[in-house]
Design a protein around this ligand. Structure first.
Ligand code: ADP
Ligand code: MG
Length: 336
């Protein structure tokens, strides 16, 4: 533990161009014998830390996203603070590096995190809960420790999706002592992270987060669902890239879709194009669009609360009561 802390300090000093301090620390470190057996040293530790992380190539660019003004501004500041961290540090300030994104699914939280990594040219690490959450006492904390040890070795963007899965309100009556320990440990780790590791946590349920967790984040950005006008702008952007322009005006397409997330709107557009492409020239963009609009009305929407659906059959009721969150967890990266 002491060693990893010292190594983190070395990395931080290097990041700040304090090479003399870093060299001196490193020399001091190398004179201290490594106590754990060779099997548990750096390489295997790093390997274990990597288990609970998915490294993704960030492709999304900020300019591809339609974002509310405060989010645009927050993103711009965050990126600038990291690009010009040396200027801040010369004045005794650190760039902000703990960011919380909240809002309903499909409106750009994951994409935003990815775009931050893309803008800064940093690796994008996505935390894998399936590999993180253990069933034995203390297992999750041990894995979290390894994860953070691995991550703090260099600048990166560390993304916790569905953060409420671990950052839940500690006052929850169903929780166990183990969850409490995991949350406290996580908070401690977040506090100790060097500022060159940008932690971005996303949640669909900000209200479920523990207040102490909430406070940790220096930048909190809301990703509300788009309104009618924003959907139109988005559809226009996407459809103007198509080889043929449909006759139906964007406004009418928008009103057929109703209030949807950006993710749903992009899915719809892609389905229209797929249909047209597979039509091999037999199907015009107008036909493809009309057919998808007809299908749209009959699609299944898992989020619709049961109360609004008193007409459903028992089997539908069973389907809809499946928590949307559990389904979300198995979702692949930005494939949503
Ligand atoms: N604000 C946005 N602007 C443009 N496209 C978006 C936006 N939000 C979502 N999308 C589209 O929907 C897909 C899924 O969005 P995602 O970032 O995974 O949402 P979230 O993480 O909030 O659930 C993205 O890959 C992108 O194609
Ligand atoms: Mg997401």
């Amino acid at each position: 533990m002491l060693r990893s802390t010292a190594e983190a300090i070395v990395a931080e000093e290097r990041a700040q161009n304090h090479h003399i301090v870093a060299d001196r620390l490193e020399r001091a470190l190398s004179s201290v014998p490594v106590t754990p057996s060779p099997l548990t040293t750096a390489a295997t530790l790093a390997g274990a830390g990597k288990d609970a992380i998915l490294e993704l190539e960030p492709r999304t660019q900020m300019s591809q996203l339609l974002l509310p003004l405060p989010v645009q501004e927050g993103g711009r500041q965050l990126i600038e603070e990291h690009v010009r961290a040396d200027v801040l540090r010369a004045h005794g300030y650190e760039p902000r590096h703990r960011v919380l994104l909240s809002g309903p699914p499909g409106n750009g939280k994951t994409s935003f995190a990815e775009a931050v990594a893309e803008a800064l040219g940093l690796p994008f690490f996505m935390v894998r809960y399936d590999a993180l959450i253990g069933s034995y006492l203390g297992e999750t904390n041990a894995r979290l420790r390894k994860l953070f040890d691995y991550v703090r070795s260099r600048p990166s963007v560390l993304f916790f999706d569905e953060f409420d899965a671990i950052g839940k309100e500690r006052g929850d009556t169903h929780e166990t002592g183990e969850i409490k320990r995991v949350v406290s440990f996580l908070l401690m780790q977040l506090d100790q992270l060097p500022s060159y590791v940008i932690v971005i946590a996303a949640t669909n349920h900000a209200e479920l987060l523990d207040r102490a967790v909430w406070r940790r984040f220096q930048l909190r950005l809301g990703f509300p669902a788009p309104d009618k006008k924003q959907i139109e702008i988005f559809l226009d952007r996407v459809m103007s890239q198509w080889p043929d322009q449909p006759r139906l005006p964007v406004r009418s397409v928008g009103s057929k879709l109703g209030l949807v997330s950006y993710a749903e709107a992009i899915d719809f557009c892609q389905n229209v194009r797929r249909r047209q492409i597979l039509g091999l020239g037999e199907l015009s963009i107008n036909d493809a669009l009309r057919a998808e609009i007809d299908l749209w009305a009959s699609r299944v929407r898992p989020e619709v609360p049961n109360a609004e659906r008193s007409d459903q059959t028992p089997s539908q009721a069973k389907y809809r009561s499946t928590p949307a969150k559990a389904a979300g967890k198995t979702r692949g990266h930005s494939a949503a």
